[in-house]
Write a protein of this length. Structure first.
Length: 489
């Protein structure tokens, strides 16, 4: 204990990284390169699946391909729950982060080197599981660098968030340039190299992290480990059997992930709400999270279409010609991170300035859903036009609105979740938040099968309208939801 306090005292006086502890550079670096590889790969993933073999792709049906992307994205967020559990019960956050980085790199190598569907299947499974483990624990490790009274904590997390968006910006730029010039597998290879660079830096510097980053918060009893391993192996056997017998197929994968996530979310809510360990006020706060959960699912089911419908749109409907140079499809995915970097500080300043007059969490969620719906309606002026006729500036404007919607709902989301969580179920409530993102992401892939580039008006009108209606409904229910929140805003 005295050693931990000594490390913390040293960290409190360490200002070598823009006023932050030097150890932050190692987490900043591995997270930046992980996001580089993640978004770089995702920027070219969909077109790799539905492009013909002659164009270097796999020739998968476009609707099936979008479902796979959605299922993959949903599995990433489902894996955060597994990553958090392994950290809390078996290995500690720092070790899970380190091993997850290796798994991610192996996944990108599989996409780059293994042929055809084998590379796709092995690569996506490894990247999804690894990304979930790293995402679940990187934030926790950053938190161990600061004492509870260290005023630099928020600034440190802001710097960490900057690294995430730098990686998200650079990844699609590099992989897209390689894909369009020399082939998809070179783009996947670049993602693998990026993750390798992050892993190399982190491997050198991970010893500088405090011992508290390696603490196993709630160790699993030794006599239960064999049982857990048995359950895990049995689960893998069941999944393999369902795949081999054709119950789980590429064309229904998104639906399977949606069903699994929905069942898990309902089970979590029932367990927490029915628990005798929590007081009536705490139970009321959990119930108040249900409408926020629903709206969050609706938001992410539209927002995550950046990697499904917007990719198809960029490929088939967008004029990507800039002074005679045809911009790679994936470069569109680098627009949103630029706006996040610019606007996140603006939003933080606004909320700080408003203080207690800032909108409550339900109002922010409602506005986020409504703005997201408006972003989909902004596609309508260019709907059903000739191929490659939508101006690039139009997509830039639409993605600006995407970002505004994101900043209304995403940063406050996890914050209000932790405020509403009963002390006995803090981790489970965070898991519920990630389940809402997983569910929305899988739905984004499932919905994309209904998108028709030759008849876009129904798709954008219906989904945009539904999101606005969901937001308005929550806005009308703000008072009763706040009453259930029992003093939390």
């Amino acid at each position: 204990m005295s050693t931990v306090r000594g490390e913390q005292a040293h960290a409190d006086h360490d200002t070598r990284f823009f006023g932050q502890p030097w150890a932050l550079t190692h987490i900043f670096g591995v997270e930046m390169w992980e996001r580089f590889s993640f978004y770089g790969m995702q920027g070219i993933l969909l077109i790799y699946m539905y492009y013909s073999v002659a164009r270097g792709g796999l020739g998968i049906d476009q609707g099936v391909a979008t479902g796979i992307v959605g299922a993959y994205g949903g599995t990433v967020y489902l894996s955060t729950i597994l990553g958090a559990w392994v950290a809390d019960r078996l290995l500690g956050s720092e070790r899970v982060l380190f091993y997850s980085a290796w798994v991610i790199m192996a996944g990108h190598i599989a996409l780059a080197l293994l042929p055809n569907l084998w590379g796709l299947g092995v690569g996506l499974v490894l990247v999804a599981v690894g990304s979930g483990g790293l995402k679940a624990n990187a934030t926790a490790v950053v938190g161990t660098l600061y004492s509870p009274t260290d005023v630099r904590r928020d600034a440190g997390f802001s710097l960490f968030y900057l690294g995430i968006n730098l990686g998200a910006f650079l990844g699609p730029i590099i992989t897209g340039a390689l894909q369009s010039s020399i082939g998809f597998h070179w783009g996947f290879g670049a993602a693998a190299v990026g993750m390798a660079l992050g892993l190399l830096q982190y491997s050198i510097g991970r010893r500088q992290l405090p011992d508290s980053a390696r603490v196993v918060a709630n160790p699993l009893a030794a006599d239960r480990r064999l049982l857990v391993i048995g359950i895990g192996v049995a689960g893998l056997i069941v999944v393999a059997a369902l795949v081999l017998t054709g119950v789980i197929r590429a064309d229904n994968l998104a639906g399977v992930v949606i069903l699994v996530t929905l069942v898990a979310a309902v089970a979590y809510f029932i367990v927490i709400i029915s628990s005798r360990q929590i007081e009536p006020d705490a139970r009321s706060r959990v119930i108040s999270f249900i409408p926020l959960f629903v709206v969050n699912v609706g938001f992410w089911s539209l927002y995550q279409q950046q990697f499904t419908v917007l990719t198809i749109y960029s490929d088939q409907r967008l004029d990507r010609n800039i002074l005679g140079f045809e911009m790679p499809v994936s470069w569109v995915n680098s627009i949103n991170p630029i706006f996040v970097i610019i606007l996140s500080g603006v939003f933080a300043a606004i909320w700080t300035k408003l203080g207690s007059r800032a909108p409550s969490a339900p109002v922010k969620f409602a506005l986020g859903a409504m703005v997201m719906g408006a972003a989909f309606l902004l596609f309508l002026p260019w709907a059903n036009g000739p191929a490659h006729s939508t101006p690039l500036l139009a997509i830039v404007l639409i993605l600006l609105v995407f970002t505004v919607a994101e900043l209304f709902i995403s940063p406050p989301g996890l914050s209000v979740t932790t405020k509403l969580a009963p002390a006995q179920f803090h981790t489970q409530m965070v898991a519920l938040y990630f389940l809402s993102v997983a569910l929305g992401t899988a739905i984004a892939g499932w919905l994309a099968q209904f998108y028709d580039p030759t008849d876009e008006v129904p798709y954008f009108t219906i989904l945009g309208g539904i999101a606005i209606v969901i937001g308005v409904a929550l806005l009308l229910c703000v008072k009763p939801v706040l009453a259930l929140m029992k003093g939390v805003r």
